[in-house]
Design a protein around this ligand. Structure first.
Ligand SMILES: C[C@H]1O[C@@H](n2cnc3c(N)ncnc32)[C@H](O)[C@@H]1O
Ligand SMILES: Cc1ncc(COP(=O)(O)O)c(N)n1
Ligand code: SF4
Ligand SMILES: [Zn+2]
Length: 596
């Protein structure tokens, strides 16, 4: 594997600003079968002269040779691949309306958008869709036996063959979310045979945040390793916020169109209609949303099953659809219009994320009748979506104690023909608000080990408020740990190399290498330097935990240096026998009496 170098002379590098580069690594690219397939990697340079190559989600922001500007947006990496297939056409598209941003002409809420001058100033572009409404999905291509540039790209990223990628997509065991209107993304794949992925949720609410803050959360999340980002905005400027996020995101973007549809009817669930919903889906598909949560499995007859729950319906989408179903006493319109929705998504290659609108919101409600009734319906919908060549993943819970987690993934895999499972945690206990990244990180690691393909992060603010930039980082790092722990347990090829490199650096007291290989190098360095900030401490054979005389790794190294070379296995065995006899002679006591 040859890796191209994206380094520039240090003097050319701007180390200021929000996208400040972490020293000790640089961006490289692995080239595919053609020059426009260049897969980014993070090259960590060790002081022993070796390099460690890691997966990189940070996008062009960490490439010093690319001049990024959020007002212009990212370069359209996939544009030629999409046009080159010749199966899509540009068309005028749906005009953007004030109500897309929650602005009513007559409403006092109207008026100026906050920050970044509202309308995205970048590249004007006509939307694109499948010619004659045909399915232009990676699933359709994979089923026809075609290996797209996107598939080759993810094969390099995952270190597997392009054919393996095609097979997993064709079988519906993996999805490659890539809307034809989102050419900026670096393709990635979600499926149990691949690295476990992490999604970070961002977005404003009616109470707080601005467009600028949301764009910043998106770049921040991907810098720390988020593989996808969901914009779950529910406040003002939903359309414009999403435009800024999409044009600047190197990762696929997911949304829940129902949230924006609800804003269009002023938050009155009973006023929702299939027409308003459909119009919102088209609006978002034209913008380039890569996957959409659709709560089509929360059916009218299942709502009563939640009546005696401790925490009712905790899914936003689920509660909105339940309210609509009860108000009209009609079946969920997402379910009754599902086939038409499939045709729309197929024409843009929007991936379904079939929502778990009836997931449990407390330990007491886990794995109940309502939850599993919905899962069965999601299985039926998965089959219908596949018939339309729409890529599909299935959302999962929620709040589930450890002993009830495995049943969730086993049932989902069986009912949904191994479609990728995408779970929120699960949180393994309800008693630690402010630490729900941890209560859920535990469940996330377990469920990922058993085959969940993507983990939706939970931040320390869960149940308490809207996460800020710091919470986003904590959530992403926590979930990267869960995902990597699962990759190790699953024996994913290459996963352990990273651990081995860090273990070697640790044992050899290469402190800088230990920091640079860390998931969060900044915090690792800061913690070390809190007690031993001086430069010589960066090569010292101890840290402040045990100090120089009690550093077990130093003692262990000394043993090897003094005896390691000339100790043979049988001599070690003989030495052990000798010691064992001495121990017996002293009365087999571990603790000798204190001498006074
Ligand atoms: C489904 C999950 O989405 C999270 N969620 C909902 N809205 C937002 C937002 N604007 N930002 C971050 N997370 C959000 C909830 O906390 C829940 O855990
Ligand atoms: C993994 C995951 N992420 C996001 C949502 C959408 O949220 P909600 O169901 O509350 O509308 C979900 N259901 N599952
Ligand atoms: S997180 Fe807050 S706003 Fe959302 S469901 Fe819970 S209490 Fe309601
Ligand atoms: Zn919860």
């Amino acid at each position: 594997m040859t890796i191209q170098d994206a380094r520039t002379p240090a003097s050319d590098q701007d180390q200021s600003g929000p996208q400040q580069r972490t020293p000790g690594w640089h961006k490289g690219y692995v080239e595919g079968s053609r020059p426009d397939i260049r897969v980014p990697v993070r090259q960590v340079h060790l002081t022993n002269g070796k390099d460690v190559t890691l997966y990189d989600t940070s996008g062009p922001y960490t490439d010093p040779t690319i001049d990024t500007d959020v007002r212009r947006g990212l370069p359209p990496l996939r544009e030629n691949w999409i046009i080159g297939r010749g199966d899509t056409e540009e068309y005028p598209g749906r005009p953007v309306r004030p109500e897309d941003d929650g602005i009513k002409h007559t409403s006092p809420r109207g008026g100026g958008l906050k920050n970044l001058d509202a309308v995205f100033p970048g590249r004007p572009r006509l939307p694109r869709r499948g010619r004659d409404g045909q399915a232009v999905t990676q699933l359709a291509y994979a089923r026809r036996g075609e290996i797209t540039p996107e598939m080759e790209y993810v094969a390099i990223r995952e270190n597997v063959s392009p054919e393996a990628v095609r097979e997993e997509i064709a079988a519906g065991r993996a999805v490659l979310p890539a809307n034809v209107n989102h050419p900026e993304i670096e393709p990635m794949i979600i499926g149990k045979r691949f690295l476990v992925k992490v999604n970070a949720n961002i977005g404003n609410s009616a109470v707080t945040s601005s467009i600028e803050e949301e764009v910043e959360k998106m770049t921040w999340a991907t810098k720390w390793g988020a593989d996808t980002v969901m914009d779950l905005s529910t406040g003002r400027n939903i359309h414009t916020t999403r435009e800024w996020v999409l044009r600047n995101s190197p990762v696929p973007i997911g949304t829940v169109p129902l949230y924006q549809a609800l804003e269009k009817v002023d938050g009155k669930a009973e006023e929702l209609t299939w027409e308003i919903y459909k119009d919102t889906v088209i609006e978002q598909a034209e913008q380039g949303v890569d996957y959409m949560t659709v709560h089509a499995g929360a059916l009218l007859p299942y709502v009563p099953l939640t009546a005696r729950r401790k925490t009712g319906i905790v899914s936003r989408g689920g509660s909105i659809m339940a309210a609509w179903c009860l108000a009209h006493h009609k079946e969920n319109f997402l379910y009754t219009n599902f086939e038409e929705l499939c045709e729309i998504l197929a024409a843009y290659d929007v991936t379904y994320s079939l929502g778990d609108g009836l997931r449990p919101g407390s330990i007491a409600d886990a794995n109940d009748a309502a939850q599993f009734a919905e899962l069965k319906t999601l299985g039926e919908l998965n089959t219908i979506a596949k018939r339309h060549d729409v890529q599909t993943m299935i959302e999962g819970p929620g709040h589930v104690p450890m002993h009830k987690i495995k049943e969730n993934i086993d049932l989902q895999q069986e009912i949904c023909e191994e479609a990728p499972f995408y779970t929120l945690g699960p949180l393994t206990t309800d008693v630690a608000p402010a630490y729900d990244h941890i209560t859920s990180g535990i469940g996330a690691a377990m469920i990922a080990w058993w085959g969940t393909a993507m983990l939706c992060y939970v931040t320390p603010k869960e149940h308490l408020g809207l996460p800020n930039k710091d919470d986003v980082k904590t959530g992403v790092i926590t979930y990267k740990i869960a995902a990597h722990a699962a990759d190790l347990a699953k024996g994913h090829p290459g996963a352990q190399e990273w651990d081995d490199a860090l273990s070697d650096a640790r044992f050899e007291f290469r402190w800088e290498d230990q920091f640079n290989l860390a998931m969060d190098p900044d915090t690792a360095r800061e913690f070390h330097d809190e007690t031993l900030p001086a430069e010589p401490a960066k090569t010292a054979h101890f840290c402040s935990m045990c100090g120089p005389k009690f550093c077990s790794m130093k003692i262990s190294q000394d043993i090897r240096r003094e005896h390691g070379g000339d100790l043979k296995a049988d001599e070690i065995e003989a030495g052990m026998q000798e010691k064992s006899k001495e121990f017996a002679a002293s009365g087999n006591r571990v603790y000798l009496p204190l001498a006074d």
